[in-house]
Design a protein around this ligand. Structure first.
Ligand SMILES: NC(=O)C1=CN([C@@H]2O[C@H](COP(=O)(O)OP(=O)(O)OC[C@H]3O[C@@H](n4cnc5c(N)ncnc54)[C@H](OP(=O)(O)O)[C@@H]3O)[C@@H](O)[C@H]2O)C=CC1
Ligand SMILES: CC[C@](O)(C(C)=O)C(=O)O
Ligand SMILES: [Mg+2]
Ligand SMILES: [Mg+2]
Length: 493
């Protein structure tokens, strides 16, 4: 075993990185048929395991859960949640031998052990599935030749996989078949049926590869999706409090602010989000976000480079070998930040106030989304994939912060994402230190429009609108959102 990506020729690396073909709705005409009546066993009932299983059962599939004996004996959350939801639950020995499809939804760190335990029990010709390709791409696991290996990777936290399905929509999903493991040629049919069962086809699915999924997923989660939302939350909160804004008000503003401002991002792209600002505020936000992009670009590039080379995965795997020493230390430190420890005030903040008093947050979102998109596509990831992994998923992560701040985000995302989030945060906060010193509360905490003339220079505004609207992410996003006919507004606050 070794890094699979690094064993490929450059040509093959680029081929696999560039795989992301948008799947037309007609590709899902057969719905879940390819898996109807098949025995599907999910290993692990955490963020993805439980929520995917609930969707798939509601879509008419036969789902049961294989848990560790110890989880059953100790009646752990996985056992309680699955049995209370009425699923059949058993041990590997009880359930794996008769499974047609085994879905591995345990943490990435456990994949080698889980696959080694499950594989000998799987019947000839069965299928093994993942929702993230780390084990195959970064660890180079080789799966038994008779087994089909597929991936259905929701570009969303598990909690939102369920919430969006219940709203009649879904989350964008990358599907793939491992080229080394498709002995019967049934991989794509099964992967499509599985994606349809989770509701993913209603939001948009890409025919992709394990390699493209891993190299984009790691990048999105470390930078815009989790890393920058963590850094932004801490810095904006500390700034407001240092400048005399009430701490309870500031805690509420940050906790719910990301969710409110990114709802317009999800529906109307970066331009749609900035259109929610007054004209002078938009001009200011543009300038601030350009400055942020210049400061943070090298950090985004470093993360992508380390992901591509395998440096990131080997660093994280060293931490796995040391019982997650750093992950646990960094998780505890996050819990001690003033933002996490301050209770949100029981006051009303109107939807428009979040834009008018949160100009810096809007600027951070624009800078982070565009930088993540630019860095991914420069590295060979297709635009559609980069869009799902940055712009569309940011609001879904923001939903988790609105529930219970950074604690909830870091609880729901994978351990892999959490580790990368802290790495980015620790590098980004010092990088933004001087910038934050230059910031005034008129761009975070106070209404930017208070006491200013509402006039702007015509030419400047036209040029800014042109720059925003002509970014590649806006073209790609416009097309992808065109296919999201079932997308719903969420209830805010
Ligand atoms: N979190 C997310 O939203 C997303 C995750 N993914 C991917 O989905 C996969 C699952 O991640 P996630 O849902 O976060 O995982 P979780 O951490 O939520 O998974 C917890 C579950 O895994 C079980 N588990 C842990 N260790 C083992 C083990 N050694 N053997 C068997 N079962 C074990 C736990 O069992 P027990 O109850 O016994 O403790 C529990 O049921 C990962 O590949 C991840 O990258 C992809 C997209 C988003
Ligand atoms: C953003 C983090 C994620 O990749 C996800 C929810 O999509 C994860 O690994 O949890
Ligand atoms: Mg992801
Ligand atoms: Mg991930």
């Amino acid at each position: 075993m070794g890094n699979y990506f690094n064993t490929l020729s450059l040509r093959e690396q680029l081929n696999q990185l560039g795989e992301a073909e948008f799947m037309d709705g007609s590709e899902f005409a057969d719905g879940v048929d390819a898996l109807k009546g098949k025995k599907i066993v999910i290993v692990g009932a955490g963020a993805q395991g439980l929520n995917q299983g609930l969707n798939m059962r509601d879509s008419g599939l036969d789902i049961s859960y294989a848990l560790r004996q110890v989880a059953i004996d100790e009646k752990r959350a996985s056992y309680v949640n699955t049995t209370e939801a009425g699923f059949t639950v058993g041990t590997y020995d009880d359930l794996i031998p008769s499974a047609d499809l085994v879905i591995n939804l345990t943490p990435d760190k456990q994949h080698t052990a889980v696959v080694n335990a499950v594989m000998p029990l799987m019947k000839k010709g069965a299928t093994l599935s993942y929702s993230h390709g780390f084990n195959i791409v970064e660890e180079g696991t080789i799966v038994r030749e008779d087994l089909t290996v597929i991936m259905v990777a929701p570009k969303s936290p598990g909690s939102e996989v369920r919430q969006e399905y219940l709203r009649g929509f879904g989350v964008p999903t990358l599907v793939a078949v491992h080229p080394e493991n498709d002995p019967e040629g049934k991989g794509w049919a099964q992967a499509k049926a599985y994606a349809a069962a989770t509701g993913g086809h209603r939001a948009g699915c890409l025919k992709s590869s394990f390699v493209a999924e891993v190299k984009s997923d790691l990048m999105g989660e470390q930078t815009i999706l989790c890393g920058l939302l963590q850094t932004g939350s801490i810095l904006c909160f500390d700034k407001m409090v240092a400048e005399g804004v009430d701490a309870g008000w500031a805690a509420k503003f940050i906790q719910y602010g990301w969710e409110v401002i990114t709802e317009s991002l999800k529906h109307g792209g970066v331009s749609g989000m900035l259109d929610r600002l007054s004209n002078p505020a938009k001009v200011k936000c543009f300038e601030v976000s350009e400055e942020l992009k210049d400061i943070m670009r090298p950090l985004f590039q470093k993360h992508q480079d380390d992901i591509m080379s395998g440096e990131f995965s080997s660093t994280m795997m060293k931490d796995w070998a040391e019982d997650d020493k750093n992950l646990l230390k960094w998780r505890a430190a996050t819990g001690e930040t003033a933002f996490e420890k301050t209770a949100p005030a029981d006051i009303d903040i109107s939807e428009q106030e979040y834009y008018d008093k949160g100009l810096l947050m809007v600027a951070m979102v624009r800078a982070g989304v565009e930088l993540a998109y630019e860095t991914m596509t420069e590295a060979g990831i297709q635009g559609a994939s980069a869009y799902y992994e940055s712009l569309h998923e940011t609001p879904l992560i923001a939903n988790t912060i609105a529930r219970k701040k950074l604690f909830e985000m870091n609880r729901v995302i994978s351990d892999t994402a959490e580790y990368g989030c802290y790495l980015f945060d620790h590098a980004c906060k010092p990088l933004l230190a001087d910038f934050m010193k230059s910031v005034d509360t008129n761009i975070i905490g106070k209404d930017y429009n208070d006491g200013i003339d509402n006039g702007v220079d015509n030419v400047t505004l036209i040029q800014i609108n042109e720059v925003l609207r002509s970014h590649d992410i806006e073209y790609v996003g416009g097309e992808l959102r065109g296919a999201m006919t079932a997308m719903k507004q969420i209830a805010l606050g």
